[in-house]
Design a protein around this ligand. Structure first.
Ligand SMILES: *Cc1c(COP(=O)(O)O)cnc(C)c1O
Length: 375
């Protein structure tokens, strides 16, 4: 069986270093908000090319804290509208809803899975204040175009970079394009902890400080509470693990890129629609390698029977979820079509060329009996 993801093997690469770090943190007697978290924040900020990084509890919290800080500082008002891609993971929308803001779902570009700038511009209404760009599957959204739209319409541009640690467009990394960016450090993400974690990046000092207060019961000084904050922290042990893994992130992204290239060369493109390989100026973190098939469910069954595990990201669009029944009347044909056609193939450092070839062979053996794929 070729598993969809082998987290155990991914993390066991660092076993000796993790043991050393465990001893260090254990013996320090300091487990929350200490040197390791501070060092990770500094290293991650430098890596992304921004002034500030703030470690938080998870990726959803990272987005919620950014939006809450914008509300706290008066840059957003309750009921303001946020443009969110229709085909993203539901957390992008949940963050908006959790802050009393309105979700407006926008269609993606079919070829890149990311927000379609034209659809964004067309969706801007009276209450629209934010574009939440998601670098879905690890591919950078069209940030130059979105930044231009944001500037012309006076909107805030934010990034959901949960899947895009290390992705880059030109000289700028994911996390350095928007007013602020939220990253998840969930185990399965390109930079994953051994548990939950998240981080916010920003060049905006006021925003960073407000987030630090909001994540700490609304206090900058102990027992002096300026606002009704919450608790969302990246603990010392996770931060210490992440510092080790951060050093390997670029190499890991390169390893995933090599797998994507191999898929692109081997898979039958008459029947399967493959993700675009980005140009040289761009780095895709390849969190997911997502193909499209007109007969997706049968292809997935065929792969499973042949020992290849796959997943679907995501099978039910946000506006078709019970949680968002108020959006149920929306008509988002591209988002809906994608949910029926997408299939994520295994892609991770450690997946051998032989295994990739095996996945290719199984996909192509299915494709033999399929009509050509159009659209
Ligand atoms: C994983 C993910 C999140 C949420 O991150 P958690 O750490 O699981 O809270 C948000 N947005 C996207 C696009 C994600 O993939």
């Amino acid at each position: 069986m070729i598993p969809f993801l082998n987290l155990q093997a991914l993390n066991q690469r660092f076993e000796d270093e993790f043991q050393e770090v465990l001893r260090r943190v254990l013996s320090s007697g300091w487990y929350i908000h200490g040197e390791e978290c501070g060092a990770f924040e500094a290293e991650f900020a430098a890596y992304c090319g921004v002034q500030h990084a703030v470690g938080v509890g998870n990726g959803l919290d990272a987005l919620v804290l950014i939006l809450r800080a914008l509300l706290e500082t008066g840059r957003l008002q309750p009921d303001d509208e946020v443009l969110v891609p229709g085909n993203t993971f539901i957390a992008s929308a949940l963050a908006v809803s959790a802050c009393g803001l309105r979700v407006r779902l926008v269609e993606p570009e079919l070829s890149r899975f990311n927000l379609d700038p034209q659809a964004v511009e067309a969706a801007i209404g009276e209450r629209t204040r934010v574009i939440l760009a998601v670098h879905l599957y690890g591919r950078m959204a069209d940030m130059p175009a979105l930044a231009d739209i944001a500037r012309r319409h006076g909107l805030l541009l934010l990034e959901d970079a949960a899947q895009a640690q290390g992705a880059r467009l030109g000289a700028r990394r994911a996390g350095a394009w928007g007013v602020a960016a939220g990253f998840s450090l969930f185990p399965g993400k390109p930079l994953g902890a051994l548990g939950d974690g998240g981080v916010v990046t920003t060049d905006d000092s006021e925003l960073a400080l407000t987030i630090r207060s909001l994540q700490n019961y609304g206090a900058m000084i102990k027992y002096q509470h300026d606002r009704k904050g919450g608790n969302s922290r990246l603990d010392e042990l996770q931060a210490a693990f992440l510092r080790i893994k951060l050093r390997c992130l670029d190499a890991d992204n390169q390893a995933r890129h090599a797998i994507a290239l191999r898929y692109a060369q081997g898979l039958d493109q008459r029947v399967l629609c493959l993700p675009e390989i980005p140009a040289e100026v761009e780095i895709h973190s390849w969190h997911l390698y997502v193909i499209r098939s007109a007969n997706r469910d049968a292809l997935q069954q065929h792969l499973l029977k042949s020992g290849v595990q796959t997943l679907i990201h995501y099978p039910t669009p946000i506006h078709r979820q019970a949680a968002y029944r108020e959006l149920g009347n929306l008509n988002l044909p591209i988002t809906e079509m994608l949910s029926e056609q997408v299939l994520s193939l295994p892609i991770y450092p450690g997946l051998s060329a032989q295994q990739v070839d095996q996945v290719i062979e199984v996909c192509n053996s299915f494709a033999v009996n399929e009509p050509e794929f159009s659209v």
